[in-house]
Design a protein around this ligand. Sequence first.
Ligand SMILES: CC(C)(COP(=O)(O)OP(=O)(O)OC[C@H]1O[C@@H](n2cnc3c(N)ncnc32)[C@H](O)[C@@H]1OP(=O)(O)O)[C@@H](O)C(=O)NCCC(=O)NCCS
Length: 292
Amino acid sequence: MSDLRPDLPPVDDLAALVDACVAADGVSPFGGHVLESVGLDGDLRYLTATEGGALVAVAVLPAGDPAELAVTPSHRRRGLGDRLLRAVLDTGPAVWAHGDLPAARALAARHGLRETRELVQMRRPAAAPTPRPELPDGVRIRTFVPGADDAAFLAVNARAFSWHPEQGRLDQAGLDRELAQDWFDPAGFFLAVDADDRLLGYHWTKVHPTDPTPADATAPAGPLGEIYVLGVDPESPVRGLGTPLSLAGLEYLRARGPAQVMLYVEGDNTRALRLYERLGFTRFLTDVVYAR
Ligand SMILES: CC(C)(COP(=O)(O)OP(=O)(O)OC[C@H]1O[C@@H](n2cnc3c(N)ncnc32)[C@H](O)[C@@H]1OP(=O)(O)O)[C@@H](O)C(=O)NCCC(=O)NCCS
């Protein structure tokens, strides 16, 4: 077994390690944003271990955010996760445990870490019945126009998510990266605007070509719809926009054909959890941040 090295993992080797983890654990060890950024984001650092040239363990260390780490299933219970986590904790205080698996919980406890954040994935069948969206007077829903709506969207997003560790920091460069992704479709990005076309809230949907976190190996591979970001301006004079915006997006996703729709919500965001439960979503998976 090699020492831990600060090397960028080859993309194909990383993909093979992730696939093996998904097959064994039913969940990817790395968040989608992290996987999309490997090799592209100069702020990411890495720790890798190889055996006979094959990648067997990897940690991804984003500057200022919790690290993510995984050991390939064939090399577990040999002390590798322990070494990797020790090295990770030398560089930062926190680590993600996607799916909060028993092994991660045990490893975190052994290092004296405690749960500091819970991110819940909820799902519902895309075809489940939903009421017709009812809009407050003077409000209409239209779709996002790239370029023209960027600044208004970024301002409302920053206010709606000022408390959120990631979403509130989205800037023009980050938005440009998202708009350039293959999955981006302006027809699935809904804006609630007033009579003067002032933005009050939005619902950005996404269709994943394959399910990034299948329940198990027999689950349908995809596609999977997502309530990607739903936000209402805290300064909006009109209330009650969350439900009609959600419904507009759900209608669009149903027409696009995925069997299921998922979303992520912070475990302590009780208002959002209540909204989604009312719309028929139930808890599917929990990701946890463990920290000192
Ligand atoms: C969590 C993970 C990194 C552990 O890797 P590993 O190489 O198997 O861990 P180690 O062999 O170093 O185990 C260290 C200790 O963690 C605990 N542990 C690890 N796996 C365990 C399991 N399946 N059940 C119970 N305890 C476990 C034990 O205390 C173990 O010590 P022991 O083997 O002496 O009993 C690995 O299971 C993994 O990649 N999981 C998916 C990704 C993930 O959850 N990452 C988040 C990590 S916080």
